[in-house]
Design a protein around this ligand. Sequence first.
Ligand code: ADP
Length: 384
Amino acid sequence: MAEKAALNKKIGIVGGGQLGKMLAIAAGPMHLQISALDKTKDFPAGPFVHEFFEGDFKDYDDVYNFGKDKDVVTIEIEHVNAEALMQLQKEGIKVHPNPESLNIIKDKGLQKQFYQEKGFPTSGFKIYEGPEAIQAAVTSGEITLPFVQKMCRGGYDGKGVKVIKTPEDLKSMLPGESLVEDLVDIDKELAVIVARNESGETKAFNAVEMTFNPEANLVEFLLCPARIAPEIEEKAESLAEELICEFDICGLLAIEYFLTPSGELLVNEVAPRPHNSGHHTIDSCYTSQFEQHLRGVLNLPLGSTRIKSPAVMVNLLGTEGFTGSAIYEGLDNCLAIEGVNLHLYGKEVTKPFRKMGHATILDDDLDQAILKAKKVQNELRIIA
Ligand code: ADP
């Protein structure tokens, strides 16, 4: 029976953080066998997987040895050893996302070139070897201030991104090969998660809207559904489906967009895995992004992405000024609010702004959900 065979496959996740944990939890109801690879089984996925392999996901041998007895290997972080994944693929193991696309996505310069070559809308850009070359381009008038400098490799969560507005800012540029991007006038930041399986079926979740804390310049809330016109929603979803097909990816692809005041939708960047912008789907959609990823990589029919309830997702970050064994202050008050779903990642140590968990707040009225999310944010302090 083909159906039973699909469910009996051994699935390996390279990475054992919170995304690995939530993938493993999603695997539970279908009794799928999940293993994870990461530095220590004290990481979030540790208690939830069938087997945990301690090793380095950047190391060729560790990734290869982990993957060689699996049927399907997938990832929960991009910065893994793609050469080992290529070798596994050559030996007949299913690797999703495909390592060639992973290599493009890992490098922001290659990613932008991909959008340009394939005709996807994205902001203007140039690639430079490093800060000296950027400085020379400014001096010669090849580029003008303001612009956004992004390290081609290794950045995440805004680390590796710098807005250069003044000649003074040029002195503190980031090291290494970099993208220089036009500074976009952003009306809203949106994200769409789309899934695909080997049979070629694709399905997108509704767009979500990110709101930013103006002081910390960090994503504060994620709203689902996004407050956008239906034609923008349609465009964001159809671009996502085109992108996942162009990249030839199975499983999930998360696409971050900038919406400009004139209604233009620009692709900022993508991630070929479950994503922070899809955490609300666990509580608020017919199928969670994690189950959808598993369905995609196992070539099972994709689940419905319909929304069960409007939702706000808030990341629970370590409070500034505290580093050490985590204490969750105000948990009782948060749990008492109707519609608040807490997801704690079980990280032993808190650090300022470290992602320690998230909360998804459900309410029939999105504005009420936002008010409740503000309450959660004020009540819950993760200290040491
Ligand atoms: P990361 O991969 O570290 O999350 P992003 O490319 O998403 O980096 O950039 C982080 C944030 O910086 C974005 O969410 C956006 O607010 C801002 N940003 C990035 N690129 C631009 C740009 N070209 N113009 C204006 N703001 C930008």
